[in-house]
Design a protein around this ligand. Sequence first.
Ligand code: TXA
Ligand code: MG
Length: 313
Amino acid sequence: MDIKTCRLAADAAGVADAAGLLTAGELVSFPTETVYGLGADARNNLAVAGIYAAKGRPSFNPLIVHLAGKQDAQSYVQWSDMAEILATAFWPGPLTLVLPLKVDHGLSSLVTAGLDTVALRVPAHPAAQALLGAFGGPVAAPSANPSGRISPTTADHVLAGLAGKIAAVLDDGPCQVGLESTIIGLGSNRPTVLRAGGLPQEAVAAALGQPLKQSGETGITSPGQMASHYAPGAAVRLNATTAQNDEVLLGFGQMQCDLNLSPSGDLVEAAANLFDHLHRLDAMARPIAVAPIPDHGLGRAINDRLCRAAAPR
Ligand code: TXA
Ligand code: MG
C-alpha cells in the first residue's frame, strides 16, 4: 500500500521533522555530498527491513551506517591505526571504511547482512550532518533508488523511484560529488579498495603511505559489485565515438553528442553529472552510447559505474 511521501525543506524545522520520523522507525531520504541516501535507524530491525522492501533490494547486500562524527565509530567497530589515519584525513567526506564489528555493537543484523564487518561513513553534507546530529544515532542508508537502478543526485530522482514507499525526502538540491563514496576494507592485513568512488583511491594510498589491494586481487567482492547494478532501462554501449542507429550519445570532452559529462574534459565535473545525465538519457527510451572516459582519478569510479550500466542483464 502506498503512503504519502513528504518533501521536507532542509531548514531547522525540516531537519527536526526528518529526525522525528527516523526515531519513529520511518524511512527518510536525505542528501549527502555523494548521492541521496535512504535512511533508517540502524539499530531498528524493522526500520532497516523497510529499506530493503522500499528498494526491492537483494537481502544479501549490506548497508552503510552513517554517523555524525568519527568519535561515534568506536562504539560499533574495532578501531585501528589505519582507520584513525583515514578518518582524520577524509571524514567528513566521500569515504566509507569497512571494519570488524565490536561485540555488543547494537546494530541491526540486517544492516550487516550477517557479516562480521560493517561499513561506516561520516558524510560532509550540511543537511546530512544536521540530520545525524538531531537524530543522535547511527543511520543505515543505501543510495535512495530502487535496487539496480541509477543512484539519485536530486530529491526529484528520489521521488521518481520511491514516492509512496518512504515517509519523506529532505530536499537540499543536487549532490555535489554525484558518485557514491569510495569503500576501503580495513579488515584484512592490507587495505583494500572494495568500491571506487568519489574520493580518488590515489589519495587514500598516499595518506596510508602504501599501495592498496584491489578487491579483484583478493577475491573479496563487495556484494554491491553485482554486474548489472546501476543499470538504466535502455542498453548501454561503451567507448563510442559516434552514435549508431537510434542511439543517444553521452559525451566527454570536445565532441558532438546529445549530452556531455564535461565539455572541458574535467573528471570531477563528469562525476557530478554522471547519474543525472544517465537519468535524462534513460528517460528518452533509446539505447545509450557513451564516449571513452580516461581511467584515472575519478575516471575509475565513473568507468566502474558505466561498466555495470553496460553489463548484460
Ligand atoms: O556514497 C555512498 O556511499 C552512498 C551514500 C548514501 O552514503 N551510499 C551507498 O550505499 O552507496 P549503497 O548501499 O548503495 O552501497 C553500499 C555498498 C554496497 O556495495 C555494499 O555491498 C557495500 O557498500 N558494503 C556494505 N557493507 C559492507 C561490508 N561489511 N563489507 C563489504 N562491503 C560492504
Ligand atoms: Mg546504491
